[in-house]
Design a protein around this ligand. Structure first.
Ligand code: 1HE
Length: 264
């Protein structure tokens, strides 16, 4: 396994076209310290240049226990703001970057860990995974983009419920809430996530880029502006040689058809 320079906290493996980035601090339940954010950012930048898709995973029984609380006792106010903005920059490279990400989750997905997973385009959770936002109990607030990303995924009312009451939510319910795309058996999330990433890696890069960068922006626009930007993106992707080749392949019966889902 190939390690990025700053690490020991985050593993990096390139498996074909898919990069697997792993939080690797199981003794602290993969809590995210400043050094973890730096190592994660380095790994994400590397993946964005040499892979076509990536998987985020966490070693041990839990995906991630969120912010490293030990680092945040007596932190000066300005450092806390800067720290949060560093998380934002890092997670933005995942949400609106160059390649799509799948988060593979087991056990606790807590606070900043949920914020990290929310930046990925696809979330896969093992059936025993559980989600929590204990910021209210800790006397803090989300700072890794959760108030935007998690609120939009599951609804601000559900996020408020989790933050105010300390309610934890299991994988099946989180799937119903829209916070998880796939629920797997125990020990199966990583394989499922890699399989999904391998599929995404086969798409035209420009199409993936448009999904990552146009969809979240269009969501923030008026319908009128969104439809206009959609037309431009649509024309741009269609004008690429790769689109031309893929469209021809279909018309000449060399490309796969769209299939009904296996469970239909
Ligand atoms: C930690 C952290 C952490 C564990 N920061 N050290 N996050 C939280 O409030 C979650 C706090 N953690 C927990 O509730 C539990 O640890 C878990 C449910 C995740 C896992 O429980 P368990 O029984 O498997 O592990 P443990 O025995 O509690 O933890 C093992 C060690 O990890 C222990 O340290 P040790 O020195 O006693 O061995 C824990 O103290 C340590 N540990 N979680 C630091 N988070 C950008 S803003 C985001 C805001 C947030 O993320 S708020 C949510 C913070």
């Amino acid at each position: 396994m190939d390690q990025p320079a700053s690490s020991g906290l985050v593993t990096y493996e390139l498996r074909g076209q898919v990069a697997i980035i792993g939080l690797d601090r199981p003794e602290k339940r993969n809590a995210i310290s400043d050094r973890v954010v730096a190592a994660l950012t380095e790994a994400v930048v590397r993946a964005s240049s040499e892979a076509k898709a990536a998987v985020l995973t966490g070693r041990g029984p839990h995906f991630c226990a969120g912010l490293d609380l030990a680092e945040h006792v007596e932190k000066p106010l300005i450092e806390a703001v800067k720290g949060s903005r560093t998380w934002h920059r890092s997670f933005d490279l995942i949400e609106r970057g160059a390649i799509p990400f799948v988060a593979a989750m087991q056990g606790a997905v807590v606070g900043g860990g949920f914020e990290l997973a929310a930046a990925a385009q696809i979330r896969v959770a093992e059936s025993g995974a559980f989600f929590g936002l204990p910021e209210g109990q800790r006397g803090i607030f989300v700072g890794g983009g959760g108030s935007v990303r998690i609120a939009r995924l599951i609804g601000a009312h559900r996020m408020a419920d989790m933050m105010l009451t300390g309610r934890t939510v299991g994988a099946a319910e989180m799937e119903r809430w829209g916070g998880v795309n796939y629920v797997t058996g125990e020990g199966e999330a990583l394989d499922k996530a890699v399989a999904l990433a391998e599929r995404m890696a086969e798409n035209a890069e420009m199409s993936n880029y448009a999904v990552l960068n146009a969809l979240p922006r269009i969501r923030d626009m008026s319908s009128e502006d969104g439809l206009f930007v959609e037309s431009i993106m649509s024309a741009l992707t269609t004008a690429t040689p790769e689109a031309e080749a893929r469209l021809r392949a279909f018309l000449e019966k060399r490309a796969g058809k769209v299939e009904a889902p296996k469970d239909a």
